[in-house]
Design a protein around this ligand. Structure first.
Ligand code: NAD
Length: 491
């Protein structure tokens, strides 16, 4: 029973979508000790609301609620779970404008991009509602004649879902939809920077008739919540999207209880432009892959490698587009690049640019930025080299460094010279080169002549230190299913 009073958020059609409480076993609750965390609008610095700063005790309560709900949810017919997900999907579509507004207010991205994320996020709910109907096993004829081996697919169990701030809606649905479809229940810990998008999804799940305790949302600072989620033996699975640093920490914390893991971690995507590329298309692809969400995307191209013969022409074309980019608050019409998420993000970008310039890079193009707020200037840097910090780690901002290479072998070597392996892109008109390079790149996702690779129907995930497992596509639900071999003898 919901007895709390919620202040609205200006501009929302449905004030009830803005919740400043945690969701535990169907109850909207404050932290037991009354502590809260403020959430700010990165475009203005204004506080837009607060959420409970939950402790280990609330997290344990959420896990217990998920465990209780699991006993009923797992036994429902697949079609019943699918129907609940379909209703949740329909409500996300109906409330897309409000969800996008909440997203832009807490995360900063331009409203058009926020609407795109809501559609993308909702698409996973639809997709896995359909996949729920197709969970099946198999029967293996046993060597002994009197028996059959029945291979059953069963839900893993209570799943912890830990998500980042850069896609506060879609990173949740990409995990929660397959979990619920498989029969698992979840405890979500959204980023402390963007909890309101998660809580709005919780409201819609409730309205969709998803039973109490199937989705629990614990908000607040991460260390204590994470410690409970990883140590508690009732949690059988952790699905995490975020940095490699935190992912590997959580992996270690999960080791004593040997939990199943899905990890979607950081990237350092190369974007290779060969001499024989369609340059106009390559510039468009570079803009799409580099500047989406202001460069704060794990699959953003981080290193743009350009063959010597087209280097200057490509740089000039890209520079012209980048210097004309409109930067500002995400709610302002026409804005292409919103604010960065927080002050440390701005500092990291500035550090990378200063290091590159000190090591010989030149600023070829730079867009105007408004005064105040957490804005970073979109930039093109020429003369980038492997020795620079921006070659080694994600800049996570609107900075496009151009590296020069001579041969295909050199391009592949440079592209693979990273401990990360999430996304890579390359542009060529040669089908032989396309096949060779596509095979040689050590990445979980590769785009040929495209800068856009994120879609519900394709497996999403990385190799090396970019993670474990795949999300979306037909394989996405497997992450939440166990395989049981049931040997039936004496038949
Ligand atoms: P982050 O690792 O700082 O945080 C991710 C989540 O982990 C947040 O919810 C945070 O509160 C939580 N967290 C932090 N410390 C924790 C702890 N000790 N215990 C439990 N939880 C903890 O990452 P971020 O800054 O929110 O997101 C940006 C990173 O995410 C980038 O590296 C980006 O590449 C990556 N990312 C990857 C994908 C992908 O699919 N591979 C998608 C989006 C973002």
């Amino acid at each position: 029973m919901d007895t709390m009073i919620y202040p609205s958020l200006p501009g929302l059609k449905d004030a009830g979508l803005f919740r400043q409480a945690a969701l535990i076993g169907g109850q909207w609750l404050p932290a037991a000790n009354g502590k809260t965390v403020a959430v700010t609008n990165p475009a203005t610095g204004a506080v837009i609301g607060t959420v409970p700063d939950a402790s280990g005790a609330e997290t344990a309560a959420a896990i217990a609620a998920a465990d209780t709900a699991f006993q009923g949810w797992r036994k429902l017919p697949h079609a019943t779970r699918a129907a609940a997900l379909e209703r949740w999907f329909a409500l996300m579509e109906e409330n897309a404008e409000d969800l996008a507004l909440i997203l832009t207010l807490e995360q900063g991205k331009p409203l058009a991009e926020a609407k795109g994320e809501i559609a993308y996020g909702a698409s996973f709910v639809k997709w896995f509602a359909e996949e729920a109907r197709r969970i099946d096993g198999s029967v293996i004829p046993a060597p002994a004649g009197d028996r059959q081996i029945v291979v059953l697919k069963e839900p893993v169990g209570v799943s912890a879902i830990v998500t980042p701030w850069n896609f506060p809606n879609a990173m949740i649905t990409r995990k929660v939809a397959p979990a619920l479809a498989a029969g698992c229940t979840v405890v979500i810990k959204p980023s402390e920077f963007t909890p309101f998008s998660a809580l709005a999804l919780g409201v819609l799940a409730e309205r969709a008739g998803i039973p109490a305790g199937v989705i629990n949302i614990v908000t607040g600072m991460p260390a204590e919540i994470g410690a409970e989620l990883t140590a508690n033996p009732v949690v059988r699975k952790l699905s995490f999207t975020g940095s490699t640093r935190v992912g590997s920490l959580l992996m270690a914390q999960c080791a004593p209880t040997v939990k199943r893991l899905s990890l979607e971690l950081g990237g350092n995507a190369p974007f290779i432009v060969f001499d024989d590329a369609d340059l106009e298309a390559a510039v468009e692809g570079a803009i799409a892959s580099k500047f989406r969400n202001g460069g704060q995307t794990c699959v953003c191209s981080n290193r743009i490698l350009v063959q010597a013969g087209v280097y200057d022409a490509f740089a000039a074309k890209l520079g012209a587009k980048v210097s004309a980019m409109k930067v500002g608050p995400g709610l302002e019409p026409g804005v292409e690049i919103g604010p960065m998420i927080n002050a440390p993000a701005i500092d990291k970008i500035a550090r990378h640019v200063a290091d590159a310039v000190a090591k010989g890079a030149k600023v070829l193009a730079r867009a105007e930025v408004p005064e105040g707020g957490q804005f970073a200037a979109p930039m093109v840097l020429t003369g980038a080299t492997e020795a620079m910090e921006l070659a080694q780690e994600e800049t996570f901002g609107p900075v496009a460094p151009l590296f020069r290479f001579e041969t295909e072998e050199e391009a592949v070597r440079l592209a693979n010279a990273t401990p990360f392996g999430l996304a890579a892109y390359f542009y060529t008109e040669s089908h032989r080169r396309a096949w060779r390079v596509g095979q040689a790149l050590e990445f979980g996702m590769v785009g040929l002549n495209t800068g856009s690779i994120s879609t519900t129907v394709s497996p999403f995930g990385g190799v090396k230190q970019s993670g474990l497992g795949r999300e979306g596509a037909r394989v996405g639900i497997e992450e939440y299913l166990e395989t049981k071999a049931f040997h039936m003898a004496g038949l």
